[in-house]
Design a protein around this ligand. Structure first.
Ligand SMILES: Nc1ncnc2c1ncn2[C@@H]1O[C@H](COP(=O)(O)OP(=O)(O)OP(=O)(O)O)[C@@H](O)[C@H]1O
Ligand SMILES: [Mg+2]
Length: 249
């Protein structure tokens, strides 16, 4: 029951973001000055968002009926690309330039929908922060692999994590500076990463930039002690990540 509760919470959280995007598109469609092709694109986006939400609800029903959701071996870059496309559909993602750097072709055992949701939450936070930058708002995404681990790095040029939430960032219902924030995005992203043998960590945050990294383990068949102790691979440093992000430009 507790697993179903966690899943329902995660799905409701994602649906709030999808509904915001659908509402924005519906408002746009009301305008009389938009051309037929833009109208068709907006409708298609609404249809895709509804299908994605239906798929998420189906996965909850499937889980509730006792059928376990299984991890599938797949290319992580495809999930990153889907998350980027989805966040561009959210009103807060439309004002920001999102650059996708080099994406390693790494494959891993993943629950693609959940992983997309975790990356989406980090990207949306980054876009919301970048929108408050004094520079042109920018978000960069990068995917690297080191031995058995895969790292998705997300950098934004926003004003950094507010001091009031720095220590409790990953706790549920911790939010600051957002009128409609529930404070669950980071909690859920970390939970999903942990289910993939990894984690989410804040690498760096100052007035000019913030870097978050989501890590996961390629194969879930590695011994648990190796995953927990990080013996499966050495972690790249914040400096490695910054260099990689610069090179990807
Ligand atoms: N990239 C970032 N730059 C600056 N602050 C951030 C960043 N990411 C997260 N934060 C801060 O951490 C808080 C918690 O983030 P979290 O994603 O958990 O919740 P939220 O974004 O407020 O709400 P939601 O549940 O809709 O995601 C945010 O309210 C924000 O203040
Ligand atoms: Mg958030």
């Amino acid at each position: 029951m507790s697993a179903i509760g966690r899943m329902a919470c995660s799905i409701s959280h994602d649906m709030r973001h999808s509904l915001t995007a659908i509402y924005a598109n519906a408002e746009f469609l009301e305008r009389h000055d938009i051309c037929a092709s833009l109208r068709a694109d907006l409708l298609l986006e609404i249809q895709q968002a509804v299908l994605a939400m239906t798929e998420r609800i189906d996965s909850l029903l499937k889980f509730g009926s006792g059928r376990k959701s299984s991890l599938v071996h797949a290319r992580v870059s495809l999930v990153v690309e889907k998350a980027v496309a989805a966040v561009k559909f959210h009103p807060d993602g439309q004002k920001v330039s999102i650059t996708v750097g080099k994406l390693s072709p790494a494959e891993a055992d993943i629950d693609a929908r959940n992983l997309e949701s975790a990356i989406y939450n980090l990207l949306l936070n980054a876009c919301q922060a970048a929108a408050r930058s004094t520079q042109v708002p920018e978000v960069k995404v990068h995917l690297t692999e080191v031995d058995e681990r895969i790292y998705v790095t997300i950098l934004d040029n926003g004003p950094g994590i507010p001091a009031s939430v720095r220590r409790t960032l990953f706790d549920p219902f911790v939010t600051a500076g957002k009128p409609n924030g529930t404070g669950l995005g980071l909690t859920l992203a970390r939970q999903i990463a942990e289910e993939h043998g990894g984690s989410v960590s804040l690498e760096e945050s100052n007035r000019e930039r913030t870097i978050f990294t989501l890590s996961l383990t390629k194969s879930r068949s590695l011994p648990l002690e190796d995953l927990k102790s990080g013996r499966a691979a050495s972690k790249p440093t914040a400096m490695d990540l910054r260099t990689a992000l610069k090179e990807s430009n």
